[in-house]
Design a protein. Structure first.
Length: 151
């Protein structure tokens, strides 16, 4: 039984049907956030009415260097990067429905949360906050978001 060719045909049908049913993906890139050059990722993808961002870290958009010594400073930079990406995609923090946050130390949670909630309004998006053993060198916080496209 040749399963491989059958799956290949299903993929062809799916790829041909995507535009007809509005199933598409568009890459989002902005110079106002750190570029993804050299990495196998996009700053964000727009698909089926949603914007899905890659995890953003506290990197300066121009130098790509990690900035901020405190959790509050790093969270501020991450949120500014996310704001630029969401704006480029045609949405905003008002339309964020979900976020995932990675922290290297929960002792910094209050600093993080104070800055995070200053960018978002009620009802706040669903959120998972995860403590991780480590992120990139010098990085204490990483955030990814999913937002609805605004009309």
């Amino acid at each position: 039984m040749a399963v491989g060719p059958a799956l290949q045909w299903l993929r062809v049908i799916y790829l041909l049907a995507r535009p007809y049913f509005g199933w598409s993906m568009q890459e989002v890139n902005t110079g106002a956030a750190p570029s993804a050059d050299g990495f196998a990722l996009s700053q964000a993808i727009v698909s089926n009415g949603f914007v899905l961002t890659s995890g953003q870290t506290p990197r300066d958009p121009e130098t790509r260097e990690v900035v901020g010594g405190t959790m509050a400073e790093q969270t501020e930079r991450v949120m500014e990067n996310l704001d630029a990406i969401l704006t480029e995609a045609g949405t905003s923090f008002d339309s964020v429905v979900r976020s995932t946050v990675y922290l290297t130390d929960f002792a910094d949670y209050e600093q993080f949360n104070s800055v995070y909630e200053s960018y978002l309004a009620e009802p706040f998006p669903a959120r998972s906050t995860v403590k991780v053993a480590g992120l990139a060198p010098g990085v204490r916080v990483e955030i990814e978001m999913t937002a609805e496209l605004e009309e």
